[in-house]
Ligand binder design. Structure first.
Ligand code: PEP
Ligand code: MN
Length: 252
C-alpha cells in the first residue's frame, strides 16, 4: 500500500504526440517541449482506436524510444496503460507516469490492478475521466486505485455531448468539483476535449487561470502527417506560443 499522495506541487505541463511514431519524432518532440518549459513527455504506445483495422500504435519498440528520451533529454515520461500485460512492461521500463485512458476509465479490474502493481513503485497514475462518467463515477473509479496506491492525478478530457463542432465537451465545472472533493491534483487534457487546434490556446489559458494543477496537450512535429488525431495536435511553433501565453498567467 502506497500512502504517499501525489500532489503536483506546481503548474505542470504534459506534452507530446498522441502516438509515438518513430524514435526521431519522440526525441525532437521531447527536446522542443522541454526547451519551452513542459515538465513531462507524453506519447501513446498502444493506441485504443475506434476501428481495429487502423494502425494500433508502434507497440513495444516505442518503450525504448521513450526511455532514451527520458535519459537523453532529462524529462519524465508518461504513456497510456491499455491493459494489464502492457502495465508490467511499463513498470519494468520505469515509466514515471502511466495514464488510464477514457475508454478504460470505468474498467474496475484494470483500475485495481494498476493500483496494486504500482503500489511499490515510483510510477504515478493519471486517471482520465471516462467520457460518460458522472462526478460520482469518476471519483469512485479513482478509489479503486487509491485503495492500493494514493499516487493518483485526475485528468478531465471532455465528456460526450451533442456538439458537432468539438470532439467532446470540456467540463471544467465537474473537474473543479473533483478537485475539491477528492483532494487530488486535477489536470486537464485540452486536446481530446477540443478535437481541434484552434481551441487549444484559449482553453489552456482558462485551465491555468482557474487554478487547476496542470495541462495535457498533444504536440507533433508535423500534425498533418500524424498517424492519429491529426486535427487536434499542435505543431512546435504553436506550442511555443501556447507556453508564452501561459507564462503571462500567474500560478495560483
Ligand atoms: C490519449 O491521451 O492519447 C487518449 C487516447 O486520450 P483519451 O483516453 O482521453 O481519449
Ligand atoms: Mn490522441
Amino acid at each position: 500500500m502506497n500512502n504517499e499522495r501525489c500532489n503536483l506541487s506546481t503548474w505542470t505541463i504534459i506534452a507530446g504526440p498522441c502516438a509515438a511514431e518513430s524514435f526521431d519524432q519522440i526525441i525532437k518532440t521531447a527536446e522542443t517541449i522541454k526547451i519551452n518549459g513542459a515538465n513531462i513527455l507524453r506519447a501513446g504506445i498502444w493506441k485504443p482506436r475506434t476501428s481495429p483495422h487502423t494502425w494500433q500504435g508502434a507497440g513495444e519498440e516505442a518503450i525504448e524510444w521513450m526511455k532514451i528520451a527520458k535519459n537523453r533529454i532529462d524529462i519524465p515520461i508518461a504513456t497510456e496503460v491499455k491493459d494489464r500485460t502492457n502495465l508490467s512492461k511499463l513498470l519494468e521500463a520505469d515509466f514515471d507516469y502511466v495514464w488510464i485512458g477514457s475508454r478504460n476509465g470505468l474498467n474496475y479490474s484494470l483500475l485495481e490492478d494498476t493500483g496494486k502493481l504500482t503500489s511499490n513503485t515510483n510510477t504515478k497514475i493519471i486517471l482520465k475521466r471516462s467520457m460518460n462518467a458522472s462526478l460520482k463515477e469518476w471519483l469512485g473509479a479513482s478509489e479503486y486505485i487509491t485503495k492500493y496506491n494514493q499516487n493518483v492525478i485526475l485528468c478531465e478530457r471532455g465528456i460526450r455531448g451533442f456538439s458537432e463542432d468539438t470532439r467532446n465537451i470540456l467540463d471544467l465545472q465537474t473537474a473543479w468539483l473533483a478537485k475539491q472533493y477528492s483532494g487530488l491534483s486535477v489536470i486537464v487534457d485540452v486536446s481530446h476535449a477540443a478535437g481541434r487546434t484552434d481551441l487549444i490556446i484559449p482553453m489552456s489559458k482558462a485551465v491555468k487561470a482557474v487554478g487547476f494543477d496542470g495541462l495535457m496537450v498533444e504536440v507533433h512535429p508535423n500534425p498533418p502527417e500524424a498517424k492519429t488525431d491529426q486535427d487536434q495536435q499542435i505543431n512546435f511553433k504553436d506550442f511555443e506560443i501556447l507556453t508564452r501565453e501561459l507564462n503571462k498567467i500567474p500560478n495560483l
